[in-house]
Design a protein around this ligand. Structure first.
Ligand SMILES: NC(=O)c1ccc[n+]([C@@H]2O[C@H](COP(=O)([O-])OP(=O)(O)OC[C@H]3O[C@@H](n4cnc5c(N)ncnc54)[C@H](OP(=O)(O)O)[C@@H]3O)[C@@H](O)[C@H]2O)c1
Length: 265
């Protein structure tokens, strides 16, 4: 496994990270197998959020990853309500095509952070990301002040932003943060590459996510999924100079091994 420094941080993360959103908290053994396999393959970067399964996802990772904290980097996201009611409201907004951006304030983040620390069984978060925030100067200024204070308190090492889409990320470039998580795949890579020079000048870390979305959709439409589609999708994103790591989701250890091997070949 290859590793890269995430932007200007001192976090050395594996070029493939594991997105844990789809792990089923009620299938602990299966999740343990996937995580153990990831660790054996050299993956040290794990991504979750307070809102995934209303906090149960963080709890699951806390239980499984607890013995490995010293050698891994955990990133969680805060922004959306983590309660079932909050999640239901978000889903309804989404289904009705309403604006689904998060609008957290400092009090909300402070409260949710304590909950995430408890769930993950840690005393600090390596990388805390604001989850799908609305991109306004007020939001980014408030979050930057808050995050600097959480860093001083030792509760957070670095902060970033996980963007709802590429457009939001490009809109946010004037603002301050250490790294960005963006959906990046063949569907939007040409738009991203046009802006890559500006991204590199800013020296922010880039975590690409959901590498398979577009190719999978295309393959499903033509009725067959070529065996090398996942390898191509990962390579397409990792070849970009500014991308430090790609996080992908899987609940299948064979898929995980194949994906890692394909980028190392
Ligand atoms: N706004 C946000 O912040 C946001 C939004 C979405 C996602 N995320 C993050 O991004 C992570 C990844 O997202 P994602 O899981 O939706 O997208 P993804 O990684 O592009 O796709 C995952 C899907 O690809 C399949 N897959 C992977 N490798 C495969 C292979 N070799 N052969 C066949 N199928 C394969 C998986 O199925 P199997 O389980 O069968 O392998 C799974 O259904 C999430 O876990 C989360 O951490 C963040």
């Amino acid at each position: 496994m290859k590793y890269r420094r995430l932007g200007k941080t001192d976090l050395l993360i594996s070029r493939i990270g594991l997105g844990c959103s789809n792990m089923n908290p009620f299938e602990r053994t299966k999740s343990e197998e996937v995580i153990k396999c990831a660790l054996d393959l050299g993956i040290n970067f794990f991504d979750t959020a307070n809102s995934y399964q209303a906090g149960l996802n963080e709890k699951l990772l806390g239980r499984i990853l607890h013995p490995h904290w010293e050698k891994i980097i955990i990133s969680t996201k805060l922004g959306y309500a983590s309660s079932l009611a909050g999640k239901a409201m978000n889903r309804i907004l989404n289904m009705c095509g309403k604006d689904n951006h998060a609008r957290p304030d400092s009090a909300f983040i402070i409260r949710e952070l304590e909950r995430s620390l408890r769930h993950l069984k840690v005393d600090h978060i390596d990388l805390l990301q604001i989850h799908n925030p609305i991109v306004t100067k007020e939001m980014f200024d408030e979050m930057a002040d808050l995050m600097e204070s959480l860093i001083r308190q030792g509760k957070v090492r670095y902060y970033g932003v996980s963007f709802l889409d590429l457009g939001d990320f490009l809109l946010s470039l004037p603002f301050k943060y250490f790294c960005a998580q963006i959906p990046l795949n063949s569907g939007n890579s040409s738009e991203y590459l046009k802006q890559e020079y500006g991204v590199k000048r800013k020296e922010i870390g880039i975590i690409a996510r959901q590498p398979f979305v577009t190719l999978r959709k295309e393959a499903t439409q033509c009725g067959n999924v070529a065996p090398d589609i996942y390898r191509r999708a990962l390579k397409e994103v990792l070849v970009m100079d500014s991308v430090d790591s790609v996080i992908m989701g899987t609940s299948n250890t064979n898929h995980l091994k194949a994906n890692v091997q394909s980028v190392e070949a």
